[in-house]
Design a protein around this ligand. Structure first.
Ligand SMILES: [Fe+2]
Ligand SMILES: [Fe+2]
Length: 565
């Protein structure tokens, strides 16, 4: 009874304040966000400010609150910009999600602030695009949100001019698959058989049931801490950001890590995301990859990102594939979610109906393929250093690198195979793509074919897998790789054997991490590209228990490429 009365009072106060605020802003061009003498209603910042769509003269800052109170972005030396909050209904919750947060097993203690039986508030989005900035310049900024005490200061940096011979450093990772259930839950951690004299593609049978020493939330948090220390210009996420793209709790968990209580990495580092299968997945009223599930997931995706346009024939193709130019670097992001539904050999997800769900095909002759070919040709003609990201690794050895088909994993076929994306190799070779960043197999894995360097960077914070799908099947699709890929193959599973001192791991093995990519001008018009896989190593005591401390390390696999222009 008391609670209801209080809620009514807050709503009444809030609408009074809003009226006052709107009146003042319409009567004055120099907007004051908080009218003198008024106090803004208590406002929670649901997602802290994060950066999007940087160019050489502009950048966007986005944040979310639980009230419609306008905030203000202050960019030092540039000016003050009021926000216009917009209610985003796509970011709502299903009944099962509301039940979860009030249940006994709310693993991540997410939304503990919400009163019994209530749903978390629908969010308001604040999006401010700042223009007229100088290229390659760092700015301090602050978001002031009336009604909130949350401190929100950070820096952003604009891109160098397109084609400028500047150094650029970025990070790539994927498959963090955030969900509140990741707290307290560890993943299987099978070791390579190489250390015991076995095959590097095999799994040591004694480690089939072994679990990683820290849970997924702890591992991903440690990974982000390391990533922040590297101060990259931008942050690629090659898909599977969240466990369920249609589940709001999983997106809330994503932002706790990226721009919330656990870090402000995205407040200082723009994210360029690619959709994974998980961003097409789940509906609270049922259906995993059903059209309503895919559409709901996309609506959430669309609400969070602001990305360059592709001008596709369907507005729902926007933000699924796009091009970014950042100084000497061109990044092409593709959507590998769904191919040709009539032919499993040309499809990466046999459950998605691309027409009903309005997901673009990627095959030869499709709108997306033609777009990619033309953008790659243009980037090459301008002498750019080209990178491509998409979710489904095309040349891997994990479960999703099994041949595409519906016979089941035990019969060595996968219904979400990355193999159909191999058709793009022809374009990547022709247009001089330096590296392809993908995930989905959740190994840290590398191959080189015809000068194109392929990475699976799916080791951000979920699975730490090895080849094949041990112990369900001992088939490893290594023999499906082209000869050059077999010759150049490297993986954390097989090529970084664990080194133990009794029960204590000293070094080696599979851990959570990211790939760092540095692009540096070298002689003449050339560039040097250095790619370094890095990982957060969980320190152990002599009994083998994680101490909670992490060492920041790199794998002994640094790939240096001379890019001639
Ligand atoms: Fe994944
Ligand atoms: Fe995936």
């Amino acid at each position: 009874m008391q609670k209801t009365a209080l809620a009514t009072l807050i709503v009444a106060a809030s609408s009074l304040w809003l009226t006052a605020c709107l009146d003042s802003s319409s009567s004055s061009s120099d907007k004051t966000v908080t009218p003198p003498g008024e106090t803004a209603p208590a406002t929670r910042v649901l997602v802290k400010p994060y950066l999007q769509n940087p160019t050489d003269d502009a950048i966007s800052v986005i944040w979310f609150t639980d009230t419609q109170v306008p905030g203000e972005l202050v960019v030092e030396g540039v000016g003050r910009f009021a926000s216009t909050p917009e209610l985003v209904e796509a970011l709502g919750y299903g009944d099962s999600e509301i039940a979860y947060i009030h249940g006994e097993k709310n693993m991540g203690d997410i939304h503990a602030e919400v009163a019994d039986g209530q749903a978390p508030a629908l969010p308001y989005r604040h999006l401010v695009r700042v223009e007229g900035l100088s290229a390659a310049t760092r700015y301090d900024y602050e978001v002031r949100q009336p009604g909130s005490e949350t401190a929100m200061t950070a820096q952003f940096t604009t891109a160098p001019a397109i084609g400028e011979r500047a150094s650029v450093r970025f990070l790539a990772m994927s498959d963090m698959e955030t969900e509140p259930e990741s707290t307290g839950k560890t993943v299987a951690w099978g070791a390579s058989a190489a250390a015991g004299g076995g095959d590097k593609l095999a799994t040591d049978t004694a480690t089939y049931d072994r679990q990683y020493p820290v849970d997924q939330t702890t591992g991903y948090r440690a990974n982000i801490q390391y990533a922040m220390e590297r101060q990259p210009d931008f942050w690629l996420i090659a898909g599977d950001l969240v466990e369920k793209g249609g589940r709001q709790l999983d997106w809330d968990e994503f932002w706790r890590h990226a721009a919330g209580e656990w870090s402000d990495f995205a407040s200082r580092t723009p994210i360029f995301p690619a959709l994974g299968n998980h961003e097409n997945y789940w509906h609270p009223e049922g259906g995993s990859y059903s059209p309503p599930a895919v559409m709901r997931s996309y609506d959430k995706w669309n609400s969070y990102w602001e990305l360059p346009r592709n001008y596709g024939t369907d507005e729902r193709y926007e933000k699924r594939y796009y091009r970014v130019d950042y100084g000497p670097v061109t990044l092409i992001t593709l959507d590998s979610s769904n191919g040709d539904d009539s032919d499993p050999l040309k499809d990466t997800n046999l459950a998605i109906d691309g027409v009903q769900s309005r997901v673009p095909d990627f095959n030869r002759g499709s709108e997306q393929w033609n777009w990619a070919a033309s953008e790659l040709a243009d980037a090459q003609a301008r002498g750019q250093v080209i990178f491509v990201q998409f979710h489904h690794t095309p040349f891997g050895t994990g479960v999703h690198s099994l041949p595409s088909g519906s016979a089941g994993i035990a019969s060595n076929e996968d219904s979400q195979s990355g193999q159909p994306m191999r058709i793009y190799h022809e374009l990547f070779e022709r247009y001089g793509v330096t590296a392809v960043l993908a995930g989905h197999d959740e190994l840290l894995e590398y191959v080189e074919i015809d000068g194109v360097h392929y990475w699976d960077v799916g080791f951000a914070g979920d699975g730490l897998r090895g080849p094949g799908y041990a112990p369900t099947t001992d088939y490893v699709p290594f023999d499906q790789l082209p000869a050059q890929a077999q010759a150049s193959h490297w993986s954390a599973h097989g090529d970084a054997p664990e080194i133990w001192n009794g029960n204590q791991l000293i070094d080696g093995g599979k851990h959570y991490g990211f790939l760092e990519v540095e692009v540096r001008p070298s002689d003449g018009q050339d560039y040097e590209v250095v790619m370094t896989p890095r990982y957060a190593f969980p320190l152990m005591d002599e009994q083998g228990a994680a101490t909670g401390e992490f060492a920041h390390r790199q794998y002994n696999k640094v790939v240096r490429v001379a890019v001639e222009r």
